[in-house]
Each structure stands twice: as structure tokens, then as C-alpha cells.
Design a protein. Structure first.
Length: 94
């Protein structure tokens, strides 16, 4: 019985992590212009995001994505995110 509860709890934690991971991946694809929200909705039953598509700060989202992908050691994405952050900051200056 105790083993079943542990397995059930473990699966739930794994599912939560997978949903969080998917939210960051979906958000990355939208913010970087690789896919639209509609594209993702056509591919998936649900679309998890780390931001509200109608109200968000682009630089703030980019920085959150950068933190996530640093922790996941996805450095190619980090490099692209840093470029995008710098571009957004330069646009705001001008």
C-alpha cells in the first residue's frame, strides 16, 4: 500500500515537471517567433505557457526563460535568448 502511494506521488510530481517544462518550451517558441499560439493549439490538446498571451512584459518573459534554460543547461537557447533580450533593450532605448 505504501509503495502504491509513493508511485502515485512520484508520477504526479513527474507530470507536474513535464507540464512546467512544456510551458517553458511553448513560451520559448512563441516569444522567439518560431510558432504562434494557434500553431501550438493545433498540435496539442492543451497549451501551457508561463505568461498571459494578452498581457505580458517581453523582457521579463525572456529573462524567466533564460533562467529556466540555464538551469536545464540548454545553452544554445540561452545564447539566442540573450541576443533577443539585448535587441529588446536596444529597441526600448531608441
Amino acid at each position: 500500500m505504501e509503495n502504491e502511494m509513493f508511485e502515485s506521488s512520484y508520477v504526479s510530481e513527474l507530470e507536474v515537471y513535464e507540464n512546467v517544462d512544456k510551458a517553458f518550451d511553448n513560451s520559448y517558441e512563441i516569444i522567439m517567433g518560431l510558432k504562434s499560439f494557434e500553431d501550438i493549439m493545433e498540435e496539442q490538446d492543451e497549451c501551457y505557457l508561463i505568461f498571459d498571451v494578452d498581457d505580458y512584459s517581453k523582457i521579463s518573459i525572456l529573462e524567466q526563460l533564460l533562467e529556466w534554460y540555464e538551469s536545464e543547461e540548454e545553452y544554445e537557447k540561452c545564447s539566442l535568448l540573450l541576443e533577443k533580450i539585448n535587441d529588446e533593450k536596444n529597441i526600448r532605448k531608441n
